[in-house]
Design a protein around this ligand. Structure first.
Ligand code: C2E
Ligand code: CA
Ligand code: CA
Ligand code: CA
Length: 279
């Protein structure tokens, strides 16, 4: 039994070591990817009740020279742990500001918004707001067209700090949306104190809205909450017309999901906008 125990321990160590090595490799590759510009941004359309395009959510993609596409879920946590997310995040903000400045030149795109995911680590840098203000000034984009998607965990770290920061962003004209809403630990007490512009219903609830009465109840609660706090609510992960109709019937006015469009490269998103303008 002792021997078996030792073998087990040994196998565990080998597994641990393999895991640590894989992480070290991935970390090196992430740095390389930043240098070699292997990252690209995809854009997923957001619409209102009439199907009018409001803008897009910006989603990060990594095309690794050997591995192919690597999903954000497989590298963003490590980018956060290593601090690389700060550099990566600044690049995403810069690209987004640049895109908005270009869009401002054309009547078909001059009012569109970009929703950008900001990780907790990035948001919590003490100069985050100043950094964003510099980028906005540098590219000359309209801050009203920028929306930052943050998560509840970020707020829980230091609520007073988060309130102050979101207030500063609001002062700049930048809007803030609470992403993955319903999956965290939001309490009404602090939600009411955060100057949010939007709540985003997580797709885990939307996907089950027609089959799981519990998830449907959560969705209705979020919609009522948004209504009573005067905060817009958008649903993500809308894949079917039935889901859209359920959301609509319960007061949801903004939507995102495969039903309206997949995340796509910038030229494809721009063609979509042009095609709608022509139709
Ligand atoms: P998220 O912010 O909740 O983004 C929504 C995810 O749902 C995206 O996955 C999107 O491609 C996917 N999606 C959109 N519509 C549908 C749908 O109708 N059905 C289904 N099944 N999925 C849909 P993605 O692009 O793989 O991103 C995963 C997560 O990675 C994001 O979750 C976000 O937390 C993070 N992420 C992505 N881009 C960035 C970024 O630029 N910065 C940071 N910090 N995080 C990012
Ligand atoms: Ca998001
Ligand atoms: Ca989500
Ligand atoms: Ca998220």
């Amino acid at each position: 039994a002792k021997q078996a125990g030792r073998n087990k321990l040994c196998a565990y160590n080998i597994q641990m070591q393999a895991h640590i090595n894989a992480r070290a490799v991935l970390e090196t590759e992430l740095r390389q990817a930043l240098q070699d510009k292997q990252f690209t941004l995809y854009y997923q359309v957001q619409v209102d009740v009439s199907g009018n395009v409001l803008g897009a959510e910006v989603l990060l993609r990594w095309l690794h020279p050997l591995r192919g596409w690597v999903a954000p879920a497989d590298f963003i946590p490590l980018a956060e742990e290593t601090g690389l997310i700060n550099e990566l995040g600044e690049w995403i903000l810069a690209e987004s500001c640049k895109t908005l400045a270009v869009w401002a030149q054309s009547p078909v795109s001059s009012d569109l918004t970009l929703a950008i995911n900001v990780s907790a680590k990035q948001f919590n840098q003490h100069h985050f707001v100043e950094q964003l203000a510099v980028l906005i000034g540098h590219y000359g984009c309209n801050p009203q067209q920028l929306k930052l998607e943050i998560t509840e965990s970020l707020v829980l770290g230091d609520i007073e700090e988060a309130i102050a920061k979101i207030g500063k962003l609001q002062g700049l004209g930048v809007r803030v949306s609470m992403d993955d809403f319903g999956t965290g630990y939001s309490s009404l007490a602090y939600l009411q104190r955060l100057p949010l512009s939007q709540l985003k219903i997580d797709r885990s609830f939307v996907g089950n809205v027609l089959t799981n009465s519990h998830d449907a109840a959560i969705i209705r609660t979020i919609l009522l909450l948004g209504d009573s706090l005067g905060i817009d609510v958008i649903a993500e992960g809308v894949e079917t017309e039935q889901q859209r109709l359920y959301l609509l019937a319960n007061g949801c006015r903004y939507f995102q999901g495969f039903l309206f469009g997949q995340p796509e490269p910038l030229p494809d998103f721009e063609r979509r906008i042009d095609a709608i303008a022509l139709s």
